[in-house]
Design a protein around this ligand. Structure first.
Ligand code: NAP
Ligand code: 2RA
Length: 373
């Protein structure tokens, strides 16, 4: 008999929450029962899931009785406050916020890179920052083939990265601008229509780096398990509704050509090459939106490095999907498939499976082919 978990979504009314529902449906993720959780503001509203109308409940510490998998996407404060109760109730928390990412006891997982880390969880598995995921899915197979010493990346981050309210602000401020009306910014601190601005997270007065940039640097080192990798990041919010893009230049330990990179990425899980010089057709957020892969193009030699160790490229990915909901559901699929590694109710089976080899023990592992179908 197949195992069907009880799933709770904390933040079901948000931009990521809506994609949890859509992604579970699209991938036919087995769900015995869905608990829809949000703030008191949304309690009593309903969502539709697989033909059923589900009433949204206020998230409280009592929300997790009988829950196997708790998908959190309601801000880091909410994750910090309620995840312990979910873990105590026996659920595995898959958290999209930054609350636990750098906790040494919490695996920080991009399944295409380090799926095996899931086995080490103590109740919480963290989904990395979406700008980090977008860069690291294509950089990892290159790093495996020829260690990357240094990365410089600049982001072009969509409104959707800031949540439903920021998307709405982009639409409303653009409409107001076109109609010649004044618009008072509410969700972000700057005018958004026909503008861009440095990422709207706090800036460290000492270093000049904002929180988003610091997350990319720290999380890359944790996921790659490489503290020596040198990273320079500039994060910028652009007036694109959905899907982040990034200009990335990287330097490898040994010489590397654009042909090497294309050959590596041609078979890389979660990557699609979009690189048509003749048609000047490269990754665009409009093409990245609503699909699972990180689109990679403009693969070319970095002319500023005469040694031939450096490559530049441009990528786009739907950060609501691969940067958040899809990555979380991929983790849930692995955890569900390997459910003896769960805690709580499923813990009794753990002992008998402790020494079993998982299918994803190698860095690039066989189950990727199934994800790509
Ligand atoms: P959003 O559209 O603003 O949605 C926020 C959600 O959190 C809503 O469902 C909201 O419920 C709920 N919420 C807020 N405060 C709550 C509380 N005290 N108790 C219970 N629920 C509460 O934001 P989002 O873009 O979906 O992002 C949510 C989380 O995912 C954040 O931690 C964000 O950093 C992370 N994340 C987002 C992205 C992205 O691309 N957007 C990518 C990676 C990670 P109400 O509707 O009831 O207020
Ligand atoms: C952003 N990284 O785009 C975030 C998603 N929460 O702001």
């Amino acid at each position: 008999m197949s195992y069907e978990p009880v799933v709770a979504i904390a933040g079901v009314t948000g931009a990521v929450g809506a994609e949890f529902i859509a992604t579970m449906d699209r991938r036919a993720f087995p769900v015995r029962k869905l608990k829809a959780l949000a703030s008191a503001r949304s309690a009593g509203k309903t969502i539709d899931f697989r033909g059923e109308r589900i009433v949204i409940e206020e998230l409280t510490e009592k929300s997790f009785e009988g829950v196997d998998i708790a998908l959190f996407s309601a801000g880091s404060g909410t994750s910090r406050k309620f995840s312990p109760a979910a873990v105590k109730a026996g659920a595995v928390v898959i958290d999209n916020s930054s609350a636990f990412r750098m906790d040494p006891n919490v695996p920080l997982v991009i399944p295409e890179i380090n799926a095996g880390r899931i086995r080490e969880h103590k109740g919480i598995i963290a989904v990395p920052n979406c700008s980090a995921i977008t860069a690291l899915v294509p950089l990892w197979p290159i790093h495996k083939a020829n260690r990357i010493k240094r990365v410089i990346l600049s982001t072009y981050q969509a409104a959707s990265g800031g949540g439903a309210a920021v998307m709405q602000e982009l639409v409303e401020s653009t409409r107001a601008h076109l109609e010649g009306r004044a618009f008072q910014p509410k969700a972000i601190p700057h005018p958004y229509a026909f503008n861009l601005f440095s990422h709207n997270t706090a800036v460290d007065p000492e270093t000049g780096y904002n929180d988003e940039e610091t997350k990319v640097i720290k999380e890359t080192r944790k996921i790659f398990e490489d503290e020596r990798i040198a990273i320079g990041v500039t994060c910028v919010r652009v007036p694109v509704l959905r899907a982040h893009s990034e200009a990335i230049t990287f330097e490898c330990e040994r010489p590397i050509t654009e042909h090497d990179v294309r050959a590596i990425l041609a078979n890389a899980p979660g990557v699609k090459i979009v690189d048509d010089r003749a048609k000047n057709y490269f990754p665009m957020p409009i093409d990245a939106s609503g699909q699972d892969d990180v689109l990679v193009g403009r693969i070319r030699r970095d002319l500023s490095d005469a040694s031939g160790h450096s490559i530049s490229m441009f990528v786009s990915a739907d950060q609501l999907l691969k940067g958040a909901a899809l990555n979380a559901i991929q983790i849930a699929e692995l955890a569900q498939r390997e459910r003896p590694w769960f805690r709580g109710r499923l813990r009794p089976k753990l002992t008998s499976c402790r020494h079993r080899t998982l299918p994803y023990d190698n860095a690039i592992h066989p189950i990727h082919s199934r994800w790509q179908q």
